[in-house]
Design a protein around this ligand. Structure first.
Ligand SMILES: [Zn+2]
Length: 170
């Protein structure tokens, strides 16, 4: 498997795409980008089910040519139960740095009917930027609905998409 490593110094930009989906279940909050948001449900997952951080983590790992989040943090590992997803994104950011890259920019879609993203957009951007060691201006979080269609539109799941551009750190 060829991945970006320190012995193969960063000379060009790399792009990565991440996607994640979590089912909704009983509860009163969701985690999005490391921010706890009040909701009429929670997201089901082995960790804290932060669907946005999982998509961003996979986008970074994808840009590096690494394996996906499940390879490094398998759900079968009890250590990952209820784990904070900030651990995952920090892990990916450390691999990015050791490969000689930094964040160029990140763009994300959060697709759900609820919670509404607009009221929390700025705080989620700030949190995500902090976790990535980037500035808020490098991080975009957009919310949209699924027009009440399919599982997402019926409130049975929340989806996130993330795309990240990595640029050489020096
Ligand atoms: Zn996930």
């Amino acid at each position: 498997m060829s991945s970006v490593t320190a012995s193969n110094p960063a000379t060009s930009c790399r792009i990565g795409l991440g996607y994640d989906i979590h089912k909704t279940g009983p509860g009163d909050h969701v985690w999005l980008g490391g921010v706890k948001i009040d909701a009429a449900f929670s997201l089901v997952g082995h960790s804290d089910a932060d669907v946005l951080l999982h998509a961003v983590t996979d986008a970074i790992l994808g840009a590096l040519g690494d394996a996906d989040i499940g390879h490094y943090f398998p759900p079968s590992d009890e250590q990952n139960r209820h784990r904070k997803s900030s651990d995952f994104v920090r892990f990916a950011a450390e691999r990015m740095q050791s490969a000689g890259y930094k964040i160029g920019n990140v763009d994300c879609n959060v697709i759900c009917e609820l919670p509404r993203i607009a009221p929390v957009r700025e705080v989620v951007r700030e949190s995500l930027a902090d976790l990535l060691g980037a500035s808020k201006s490098q991080v975009s979080v957009k919310g949209r609905t699924n027009e009440k269609q399919d599982a997402v539109g019926e409130g049975r799941a929340v989806v996130c998409q993330a795309i990240v551009l990595l640029v050489p750190a020096t």
